[in-house]
Design a protein around this ligand. Structure first.
Ligand SMILES: *Cc1c(COP(=O)(O)O)cnc(C)c1O
Length: 412
């Protein structure tokens, strides 16, 4: 049993890129009594969250909600649209793209990766894990596929293992320019409600997302936004699907209900999160994340450490990956920071294990959350004996001051 009575003074800093800190408002909303999921009050809640989700995904199409982690919604996107042995083109942006590919293999699909080749001279890390999706590589592979054997293109919008955000509209254009009918499936589990994302405008067929990142909820629910073309594909796709099948859920959702017992209290939290995000305004939410990310990068650059994302045009607004110098184990550093400052940072995943750590600046995060986090990281780097070029905290503060905004935007 973990010692749950251990409460060090002050707040824990949960600065991993998901789960992100859950605002008190959302925790309170989740504490309302669980109601009859077939009763009249429930339908009002169901219709409210489903309409709100469409605004967050920027879609007029159905958004399916599952009582599952993001991995479940990954599986749902594949089993609803594809058949055993189907070829799927995926892009290797990092660890989450690799996990989605493995899931596709386990379902009996034939996924193949495209990626930029090689490793970087300065860090020795895979080039493809430091850059975004190269839409032209997808376009080239699709043009070779004259028989249209490839049934879907799968890409991760915000690669949480690296801190790189890809241009989804460019992937759509590449598919269209190749004259290829493949579906476009996109994972924005960590991008939604933090990085600009437009399901309809970008022509995405299935968007996969989850609750515990930009939506600021605990883990436990996840989503598929579904285009008419994806819905059409689901009628003839033959991978086995029952619990994940869209048809019955979308049908019952019309009246605000689900075919099974939904996660009522997480839906209370979701209704509250949608209110918070829409009250701030989606454009303001995205701008806040961009501004915090720019300040975080200013800190890393002042320290003289490489940012994991090597392409300034596609830095993630959600998190920043920091590469540690040769000989400095990033996980030992994370442990030291956790033990001294009660601050959790994200670990290096997959090919990046021990080589980097990740600073989350998503969801419930403002100037002081970020500068406090950076203070903890800077003190930890010094305790670990890592030579720093200059103070990252001061650089971040200067960047935040230069772009300062009044925090409250009262109407009028
Ligand atoms: C968190 C995350 C996942 C996995 O979601 P779970 O809720 O852990 O199943 C998948 N893809 C991306 C990009 C993520 O950030």
């Amino acid at each position: 049993m973990p010692n749950l009575n251990f409460h060090p003074a002050g707040r824990h800093f949960l600065q991993i890129p998901g789960p992100s800190p859950v605002p008190d408002r959302i925790l309170r909303a989740m504490s309302y009594p669980t109601i009859d999921h077939r009763g009249p009050e429930f339908a009002a809640l169901g219709l409210q969250v489903l309409a709100g989700l469409q605004r967050i995904f920027q879609t007029r199409q159905p958004v399916v909600v599952y009582p599952a982690s993001g991995t479940g919604a990954w599986e749902a996107a594949l089993v609803n649209t594809l058949s055993p042995g189907d070829q799927v083109l995926m892009y290797e942006t990092g660890h989450f793209a690799s996990l989605w590919k493995r899931l596709a293999e386990r379902l009996g699909l034939k996924p193949e990766f495209v990626a930029l080749p090689g490793t970087d001279d300065d860090t020795g890390l895979p080039v493809s894990w430091r850059n975004g999706v190269q839409a032209e590589l997808i376009g080239r592979r699709l043009r070779e596929d004259r028989a249209h054997a490839i049934k879907a293109v799968c890409v991760v919008h915000n690669e949480t293992s690296t801190g790189v955000t890809s241009d989804i509209a460019a992937v759509r254009r590449a598919i269209d320019a190749a004259g290829h009918p493949a579906l476009l499936l996109v994972d924005t589990i960590s991008g939604l409600a933090s990085a600009d994302y437009r399901h309809d405008e970008w022509g995405v067929d299935v968007t996969v997302s989850g609750s515990q990142k930009g939506l600021m909820l605990p883990p436990g629910i996840s989503f598929n936004a579904v285009s008419p073309k994806a819905l059409e594909a689901s009628r003839s796709a033959t991978l086995p699907k029952a619990f994940w099948a869209w048809d019955e859920i979308i049908d019952m959702n019309k009246t605000g209900y689900w075919p099974y017992t939904p996660n009522t209290n997480l839906l209370y939290g979701l209704a509250e999160a949608i209110d918070m995000i829409l009250d701030e305004g989606l454009a303001n939410v995205f701008a806040r994340h961009q501004r915090l990310a720019a300040a975080c990068r200013a800190a890393v650059e002042a320290w003289g450490l490489p940012v994991q994302c090597a392409d300034a045009a596609v830095h993630s607004p959600v998190l920043t990956g920091v590469v540690t110098p040769a000989g400095v184990d990033a996980d030992k550093l994370r442990k030291l920071i956790y033990e001294h400052f009660n601050l959790s940072l994200g670990t290096g995943l997959g090919k990046l294990k021990g080589r980097m750590f990740r600073i989350g600046h998503l969801g419930e995060c403002n100037d002081l959350t970020l500068t406090a986090t950076l203070s903890g990281v800077e003190m930890g780097l010094k305790l670990a004996g890592v030579p720093l070029r200059a103070s990252g905290v001061l650089a971040a503060m200067a960047q935040l001051q230069a772009t300062a905004l009044p925090a409250a935007r009262y109407p009028g």
